[in-house]
Write a new protein. Structure first.
Length: 443
C-alpha cells in the first residue's frame, strides 16, 4: 500500500516538474528551497539535537491559525524548541513574523529518505499538523520512531471529503496512526471518524483562528499602526475591500466598483489577489476599466491614496487593512475555488459579502448566514447590488458587522481546548495545567 503511494508521489512529482520550472523562471518561486524539501535542513535547525516539537502549517492560512497556539506552547513547553515547517513560500513569509518559533524550514517531500533526514535532525517528541495535512510516509515514520502525532484545527471540507472516501481503506490505516485528532466542528469530527480515525482519539476543539483574531475593534487609532500609515483615509470615505481574489473575479469587482464610483467619486477600492504574483495582471485589468491604479508598495507613507484602486502586492497586511473597510467582498467565492476564511474581517465588525462557492469553509459560512452575520450572493451579477445596498444603508451595514463580531467573540477558546488534548500526549512543564481530554461525543 505504501509502495503504491510512493510510486504515486514520484509520478506526480515528475508531472509537476514543467510547472515548477515555469514558476521558477517566470516568478522566481521554488528557487533555493529544493535542498530543504529533500530533507537537508540548515545547520541552524536543532544544532544541539534537543527533543523538540515540530509544527507543520501548509500556507498562510494555516500559519496564521497558529498565532495563538505557538505562544501558548512556548509557555507550556519551555524546554522544547519549536520548529515550524511550511509548504509554500507565502506561508514561509507569513511565518517569519511569528513570535516563539525557534526556526523555519520547508516541509520535505513525503519520501522515506527525505522524511528520515528531517526527523533525525529535528528529533520531535511531538509532530503537530495544522488543518488536515495527512502525509502517510511521515506519519508512518513517526509511528516507527515513537513520535507522538497530533492533528489540530482539523477539518474535512465538502470538496475534499468525497476524494478522501475514494481511498478510505488507505486513509483508515493512516488515521489509525494519528494519536489525537482535534476537529474544528462536530461535522469534521464525524468525517474523520468515518475515514478511519478511532472515535476515542477525536476531540472537537473549535477553530483556532477565532483565537488569533484581534480583541479590539476598528476604533483603535489607526494612525499608530505602521501598516496603515499609507492609508490615511479621510473620515467618511468609502472603502471597498476585495480580499483574496482569484482569476475571473477581478473583472466583476471592477465593473461593480465603476458603478459605485459614479455615485461616490471619492470611493476607494483595495484589491488583494490571493496569489501576489498576479498583481501585474490585476493592475493592468483595473487600468483597462479606466480606473487609476497604484500598488500598495508604491504608496507614500503618511498620505492618503490618490488613486481609485490600490492593489495589495505585499504579504501579511490584509488582516490589518480590514480595519479601514466599509464593506468586504471575500474572493474565491464567485469562482469554484472553495472560498476563503471570513473571520478576519468579521473580527473587526465588517459586513462581508461572498459568492456561492464557499465549499472549503462551508461550516463557518453557514454559521454566519444562520446568525445573519454575512451576506451571500448567487452570482457575479449580484455583486454590485449587494455592495451598493450595504454602502447606502449604514444601519444594515452596522448590524451585519456587529453580528459578525459577536459571533467571533462567542467562538473563542479553541487554543485552550487544543492544549488540553495535547497534554495527554506530551505532559507540559511542571506547574502548567494539563486539563482533561474529552473524546468525541462524550461531552
Amino acid at each position: 500500500m505504501y509502495f503504491l503511494y510512493t510510486l504515486a508521489i514520484i509520478g506526480y512529482a515528475i508531472l509537476l516538474v514543467p510547472r515548477l520550472l515555469y514558476d521558477a523562471v517566470r516568478h522566481g518561486k521554488h528557487l533555493g528551497t529544493l535542498r530543504e524539501r529533500w530533507g537537508w535542513l540548515p545547520a541552524t535547525i536543532n544544532p544541539q539535537g534537543m527533543p523538540s516539537i515540530w509544527i507543520h502549517a501548509v500556507s498562510v492560512g494555516e500559519v496564521l491559525a497558529t498565532g495563538a497556539l505557538i505562544p501558548a506552547l512556548r509557555d507550556r513547553y519551555p524546554d522544547h524548541p519549536l520548529w515550524l515547517s511550511t509548504t509554500t513560500q507565502t506561508g514561509r513569509a507569513a511565518a517569519t513574523g511569528l513570535d516563539g518559533v525557534d526556526g523555519l524550514f520547508y516541509f520535505p517531500f513525503d519520501l522515506s529518505s527525505a522524511v528520515a533526514r528531517v526527523l533525525e535532525r529535528v528529533r520531535p517528541q511531538l509532530f503537530v499538523m495544522v488543518d488536515t495535512e495527512l502525509w502517510p510516509t511521515l506519519l508512518r515514520q513517526c509511528r516507527l520512531r515513537g513520535v507522538k502525532t497530533m492533528l489540530v484545527n482539523g477539518r474535512i471540507s465538502d470538496r475534499s471529503y468525497p476524494r478522501y472516501r475514494l481511498v478510505r481503506p488507505f486513509f483508515r490505516h493512516v488515521l489509525a496512526g494519528v494519536d489525537r485528532c482535534c476537529a474544528q466542528s462536530e461535522e469534521s469530527g464525524r468525517r474523520l471518524i468515518d475515514l478511519g480515525a478511532p472515535p476515542t482519539r477525536v476531540t472537537v476543539t473549535g477553530n483556532l483562528k477565532f483565537d488569533t483574531l484581534p480583541q479590539s475593534d476598528s476604533r483603535v487609532p489607526w494612525v499608530r499602526d505602521g501598516v496603515l500609515r499609507a492609508f490615511r483615509i479621510a473620515e467618511g470615505r468609502t472603502v471597498v475591500m476585495a480580499a483574496s481574489t482569484h482569476p475571473g473575479e477581478e473583472r466583476p469587482v471592477f465593473e461593480a466598483f465603476t458603478r459605485i464610483r459614479r455615485r461616490d467619486p471619492t470611493a476607494l477600492l483595495v484589491v488583494a489577489p490571493r496569489h501576489p504574483e498576479r498583481c501585474g495582471e490585476v493592475t493592468a485589468l483595473a487600468a483597462g476599466h479606466g480606473l487609476e491604479t497604484v500598488r500598495r508598495s508604491e504608496l507614500p507613507v503618511d498620505g492618503a491614496p490618490r488613486a481609485a484602486v490600490v492593489v495589495l502586492d505585499t504579504v501579511g497586511e490584509l488582516a490589518t487593512l480590514f480595519k479601514i473597510a466599509s464593506v468586504v467582498f471575500l474572493g474565491g467565492s464567485l469562482v469554484p475555488a472553495g472560498g476563503h476564511n471570513l473571520l478576519e474581517p468579521a473580527a473587526w465588525g465588517k459586513p462581508v459579502v461572498f459568492g456561492p462557492h464557499m465549499e472549503n469553509f462551508a461550516e463557518i459560512a453557514e454559521l454566519f448566514l444562520t446568525n445573519r452575520a454575512a451576506c451571500q450572493i448567487p452570482s457575479a451579477d449580484a455583486l454590485e447590488p449587494a455592495l451598493s445596498t450595504l454602502l447606502g444603508d449604514p444601519v444594515q451595514r452596522a448590524a451585519l458587522g456587529a453580528a459578525a463580531r459577536a459571533l467571533v467573540e462567542a467562538n473563542r477558546g479553541a487554543t485552550d481546548r487544543t492544549l488540553t488534548a495535547m497534554a495527554a500526549l506530551l505532559p507540559p512543564a511542571a506547574g502548567a495545567p494539563a486539563g482533561v481530554v474529552v473524546p468525541f461525543g462524550a461531552g
